[in-house]
Ligand binder design. Structure first.
Ligand SMILES: Cc1cc2nc3c(=O)[nH]c(=O)nc-3n(C[C@H](O)[C@H](O)[C@H](O)COP(=O)(O)OP(=O)(O)OC[C@H]3O[C@@H](n4cnc5c(N)ncnc54)[C@H](O)[C@@H]3O)c2cc1C
Length: 404
């Protein structure tokens, strides 16, 4: 009997065998509901041990040495279990592929295995108080002093900086070039001298992101990632990975997590037989189904060896549209309970966390307006936005605290 290819491109027998390995692993090691960071680290260490973490990364750097087709199967299986490694979305969705694609051999040897196995956690340091949507206006600077880079400046909204060991940071290395040209990317030691991390307290009671201050923070010369002054291209690549990671979270199969959560809320509040509610639930179901399909298409492009392109913005924007709709529905279901609830009622409190947390989806990873600009410009081929700073050296721009 001949062995036919599956939709992953692997031969049927190989795909089935690998899928079974993933299922067996998850049955033994999946950490269950709401895993702590330690649970997630233990899960990743076991996955690395079993050759299931960092699947497309070569084994010599601590990866699984498999293909993106294996990665697709692994995601599909993992997607059936509640977020076993959700705290590592930046570490693994963004920093790992950047190191694997752009890191030097020495950087990969030194950092990748620990990143993959969850021994170290990584964060992303792009945004500054005066540089968010327009990251290229960043003012944090890196200056070479002998064999070390000296970093000074401030980052903000750095998710999980307080739990991270390392971070990928963009800083200005040549203010005489135009703003996009004089930027470089570095690996930062988050626990090193000169790095101060201050948590930001959020509206939902959490504290997941931070301000990060660099005061004469020193890193070795060879912690530069990619070429000097080529940081903008790397930052763009990382943002694309970010949009795929956010827009494609849980991708690998068709999934409707918000629909399931809202259906439960409608049932518990006795509204499930209301035809208007049922209609709204079906709208969410359809939107989430479409989002899954868009995310799967983007993942398939990755699998085919393409660096993620502007299409990642579609999934990201769609996820944000869903979050807005979920928020409205959750508030309607809760009624007066949306402003006051029994402190012992954990499901009402959870609904509130979802409502408050939903606001971030249209900001984090690039705002909705920016995603629309990218889709208009790079997907639809519409005319670019006017730019007032083209050709002007960064040091002559009025941006952030710079007034010259
Ligand atoms: C939960 C969360 C986690 C985050 N984590 C990180 C992280 O780990 N690392 C990191 O570096 N950053 C992180 N960020 C920061 C995030 O990337 C920025 O907040 C985002 O890019 C927007 O920048 P800004 O807040 O400076 O807003 P601004 O850029 O000042 O934008 C303000 C408003 O102006 C609009 N706007 C700006 N420019 C345009 C334009 N050209 N056309 C149309 N409208 C425009 C925006 O859409 C927005 O509505 C995080 C943010 C959140 C909410």
């Amino acid at each position: 009997m001949t062995d036919t290819a599956t939709d992953t491109g692997l031969a049927e027998a190989e795909a089935a065998e690998f899928r079974q390995k993933c299922v067996d692993f998850m049955e033994q090691f999946a950490p269950g509901q709401n895993p702590t960071l330690d649970d997630q680290k233990a899960f990743l260490a076991a996955a690395a041990e079993a050759g299931l973490a960092g699947l497309p990364v070569p084994a010599e750097y601590g990866g699984g040495g498999k293909t993106l087709a294996h990665e697709k199967i692994w995601r599909e299986v993992k997607g059936n279990y509640p977020f076993p490694d959700s705290e590592f979305i930046i570490s693994h969705g963004m920093c790992m592929p950047m190191l694997a694609e752009y890191g030097t051999h020495e950087q990969k040897e030194r950092f990748l295995a620990d990143n993959i196995s969850g021994k170290t956690m990584w964060c992303q340091m792009f945004s500054e108080p005066g540089a968010g949507s327009d990251v290229a206006s960043l003012q944090t600077k890196a200056e070479l002093d002998g064999d070390e880079w000296v970093i000074n400046g401030q980052k903000v909204w750095t998710t999980l900086a307080h739990k991270s060991d390392y971070g990928l940071c963009v800083a200005r290395t040549d203010p005489d070039q135009v703003k996009h040209a004089g930027i470089s990317m570095f690996i930062m030691d988050m626990r090193g001298p000169g790095v101060e991390i201050r948590p930001i307290h959020q509206i939902d009671g959490g504290s997941h992101f931070n301000e990060v201050f660099f005061t004469d923070a020193r890193i070795p010369k060879d912690w530069l990632v990619g070429d000097l002054n080529n940081g903008w291209n790397l930052a763009t690549a990382m943002l694309m990975y970010e949009r795929v990671a956010i827009g494609g979270a849980g991708a690998g199969k068709i999934n409707q997590p918000n629909f399931k959560m809202l259906r439960k809320a409608a049932e518990s509040t006795g509204q499930i037989d209301n035809p208007v509610v049922r209609d709204q639930l079906m709208q969410i179901w359809s939107m989430e189904t479409c989002k899954s399909l868009v995310a799967m298409k983007t993942r398939d492009e990755l699998k085919a060896g393409k660096t993620p392109g502007p299409g990642g913005s579609l999934g990201k924007l769609f996820g944000s549209n869903i979050a807005w709709k979920v928020r409205t529905m959750a508030l309607e279901f809760a009624g007066p309970g949306s402003v006051a609830w029994d402190p012992d009622d954990e499901s009402a409190a959870e609904l509130q966390r979802i409502v408050l947390n939903s606001f971030q989806s249209s900001i984090a990873g690039g705002t909705d307006e920016i995603q629309r600009n990218i889709i208009g410009d790079r997907v639809l081929g519409l005319p670019r936005e006017p730019s007032v700073d083209r050709g002007v050296p960064f040091r002559d721009l009025k941006v952030g605290t710079q007034s010259s």
